[in-house]
Design a protein around this ligand. Structure first.
Ligand SMILES: Cc1cc2nc3c(=O)[nH]c(=O)nc-3n(C[C@H](O)[C@H](O)[C@H](O)COP(=O)(O)OP(=O)(O)OC[C@H]3O[C@@H](n4cnc5c(N)ncnc54)[C@H](O)[C@@H]3O)c2cc1C
Length: 410
């Protein structure tokens, strides 16, 4: 570590901002340089597919917590500038205007970008959703009503579908896999979410691939793998995200589904850390399986971990992944990775809410996935995190019984 040089953070989103906030909160006394390609105050992304799309206006952006704490002369913001390359020999980050920022340690927190659909490039009426500007354009399209096609039945696509129904749009979701939410949820939860969308009037086309797309001047025309054509006034593409690794290219850092880091967030260059959506890391709770998470809490947790590492404090152990999604008046939450499980047991809660607890072949609780009205599953999912983290082997009967407290399983 080159003493006297600043800590430089590339990416001023959820994770990068939080690294700076945690450093300041933790009493780090050195200079911090925070580089963000966007101008304006960084904002939370989860509301972009929820509150921001509701009928009745555009809510104000929700600033990322702790912004006020960065109003100190020790934090220098470089806004509207990209981290373009890394000169590792000189330990300098090169910005898009040619400016070179010398660093003691560099943190890459450049997030991810929506996966693009090549056939949709340049086509009017096609939307992606990552930024406030994207949400504003999408809200305007939804407010016009008409036919909406959603490509991809992941969390963002389904949240947009729910918002589009609230605007009274006719909504069709097109999904290549044989069920919705195939990546993050188990089949029972997928089924329950699908039933809710169908009950709300959404047409879900699974095992259906979009094969062609054109704009006939009035509408977007979609050709599907079964040969049928459909028309839409707006198309929303939600087919996943790709990690933003561009600044590392010239730096030659190891890439493996994102910037590859070890359990201490160190890239293949120990002077450089990476955190948040842009990195893949070994997840201790699953025997160091390498994962890349696109989740709000992971961005926050890794920011806190990075700040602790940078200041020599002892970082908290890598926690259990956690994700939530809100659709209509229902909430879905997942703790852990569902695909680690071999079997599951179901705990039924009130009002149709339920949680599936996933167990490994050895009976270890590896994940909990719940869905229900409002916040009905939140408490139990939160309580399940601890036994998952401790690789507990609770009895399946106890897990299935709503009368048995999860706390008692530790
Ligand atoms: C619409 C939407 C809804 C979501 N809903 C949920 C949800 O319900 N639950 C949940 O858990 N998660 C949700 N997420 C995911 C969550 O918001 C992300 O996981 C989180 O924002 C990741 O933080 P990050 O800092 O890694 O990336 P980001 O917040 O994307 O920040 C990265 C920043 O780096 C900037 N950047 C990129 N490249 C460069 C460069 N070369 N130089 C400088 N700056 C650069 C980007 O412009 C961006 O500002 C949602 C995401 C979206 C888009």
């Amino acid at each position: 570590m080159k003493i006297g040089r600043p800590i430089v953070i590339a990416g001023a989103g959820e994770c990068g901002m939080s690294v700076a906030v945690e450093l300041v909160r933790g009493g780090y006394a050195g200079p911090i340089h925070l580089v963000g390609e966007k101008t304006g105050q960084p904002y939370e992304r989860p509301p972009l597919s929820k509150a921001h799309l509701e009928p009745g206006g555009e809510p104000a952006p929700v600033p990322i917590d702790g912004h006020g704490q960065l109003q100190t002369s020790r934090v220098i913001r470089y806004s509207g500038l990209k981290a373009a390359a890394i000169d590792r020999d000189r330990a300098e980050l090169i910005l898009s205007n040619g400016l070179r920022l010398a660093y003691s340690r560099l943190v890459l927190a450049t997030g991810a970008s929506p996966r693009r659909l090549p056939m949709a490039e340049g086509l009017a009426g096609v939307h992606y959703l990552r930024s406030l500007a994207d949400a504003a354009a999408l809200l305007a399209a939804l407010a016009r009503g008409g036919e909406i096609a959603v490509i991809g039945a992941g969390f963002i696509g389904l949240e947009v579908a729910a918002a589009a129904r609230a605007h009274g749009c006719t909504v069709t979701v097109i999904e290549a896999r044989d069920r919705i939410l195939a990546r993050g949820a188990d089949p029972d939860i997928s089924g329950a979410v699908a039933s809710l969308h169908r009950a709300k009037g959404v047409t879900l086309l699974v095992s259906t691939v979009l094969t062609a797309l054109r704009n006939d001047g009035a509408q977007v025309v979609l050709t599907l793998s079964d040969g049928r054509e459909m028309r839409a006034d707006a198309v929303i593409v939600g087919i996943g995200a790709v990690p933003n690794t561009a600044p590392t290219a010239a730096g030659g850092l190891a890439i493996d589904n994102g910037i590859a880091v070890d359990e201490e967030l160190s890239t293949s260059d120990p002077q450089i850390l990476a955190a948040g959506d842009c990195c893949s890391f070994p997840l201790a709770v699953y025997g160091n399986r390498r994962v890349r998470l696109e989740s709000w809490r992971n961005a926050r947790d890794q920011a806190a971990q990075a700040a602790a590492i940078l200041t020599g404090a002892s970082p908290a152990p890598s926690p259990v992944p956690w994700f939530w999604s809100d659709q209509y008046d229902h909430g879905l939450q997942v703790a852990g990775l569902v695909d680690e499980g071999k079997t599951h047991v179901c705990r039924e809660l009130s009002e149709g809410a339920f949680i599936n607890f996933h167990l490994s072949a050895e009976g270890v609780l590896v994940a909990a996935c719940g869905f229900g009205p409002g916040q009905s599953v939140g408490r139990d999912i939160r309580l399940a995190e601890m036994p998952i983290a401790r690789r507990a082997t609770p009895s399946p009967d106890a897990l299935a019984s709503a009368g048995v407290k999860l706390k008692s399983m530790l």
